[in-house]
Ligand binder design. Structure first.
Ligand SMILES: [Zn+2]
Length: 269
């Protein structure tokens, strides 16, 4: 496939950023250690510490781009890692998606041309290092507790009498778009900040005709062949940090962690 992401973007924030389709990187944690790399002098923000990452190509998902960069820059194998979620730094005309991953043991890493040095450091050590400004900005949010939000689409769509019954596919598609607002972002949960590392939208019935979200989306559509509630329960069990969104009391009783539809609406503004 063609490499089409390399290039600068003049952003509405007043700065320019690398990556015509945005950029993605890998924040790899093993225990309390994080893998960082020193950027070479010739690079943008050379001499600062950041994570392996770079421009995303248009045909890549966020995950694919981050893993490719981590492989190119540090010889990291995706198979050794567990992906926990994604953090999104959103600019007016650009974005940086950080894939947060863990591993049981420190994988073998090898320095390549783009990284003059790779180093495992604690989050505490990072506070005393000269960090790339974008990484420094994201870092406090990368260290927050993570949740994956599992949305009972029928319940959320059905809670607003906007004529959804005439067009279930369209209503589901609009909900998927709205959920993009919170995916990769920080929300308040029980008085604490948590990072929404991803969103799964569980659909059933006619809504299974809703199209897949864009390749770079952090919202995925999960199509249920049978009863949507059963799929929500199954997904919540297979994801370690699931947070279910539904106002269905019966369903809420079947899952460990849940919030109401009105809580979701508060987050989406
Ligand atoms: Zn910008």
């Amino acid at each position: 496939m063609e490499t089409d992401g390399n290039g600068w973007v003049a952003c509405g924030c007043g700065h320019r950023h690398w990556g015509k389709h945005g950029a993605a990187g890998l924040f790899l944690q093993v225990g309390d250690q994080v893998l960082v790399q020193l950027r070479p002098g010739w690079a943008h923000q050379g001499g600062s510490w950041a994570i392996p990452g770079g421009a995303r190509d248009s045909h890549e998902s966020v995950l694919t781009a981050a893993m490719r960069e981590a492989h190119e820059e540090a010889a990291i194998q995706a198979a050794d890692l567990t992906v926990e979620g994604v953090h999104r730094l959103q600019h007016p005309d650009w974005r940086y998606d950080t894939v947060i991953a863990t591993a049981a043991h420190k994988p073998e890493v090898t320095e390549h041309a783009e990284s003059v040095e790779l180093r495992w450091v604690s989050a505490d050590d990072l506070r005393h290092m000269h960090l790339h400004p974008g990484f420094a900005q994201s870092l406090p949010e990368l260290l927050l507790p993570l949740v994956t939000v599992v949305v009972d689409a029928a319940n959320v769509v059905g809670s607003t009498p906007d004529g959804w019954w005439n067009d279930r596919v369209g209503a589901t598609r609009r909900l998927a778009d709205d959920l993009e607002e919170i995916a990769g972002s920080v929300v308040q949960l029980d008085g604490q900040q948590v990072l929404v590392g991803g969103v799964e939208l569980v659909v059933e019935g006619q809504a299974v005709g809703a199209p897949d979200t864009a390749l770079d989306s952090l919202v995925s559509i999960v199509r249920s062949a049978g009863v949507g509630d059963d799929m929500v329960v199954a997904r919540s069990r297979s994801i370690g940090q699931a947070l279910v969104v539904t106002s269905d009391r019966g369903l809420r009783a079947r899952v460990d962690r849940s919030v109401s539809v009105s809580q979701l609406r508060t987050w989406m503004g």
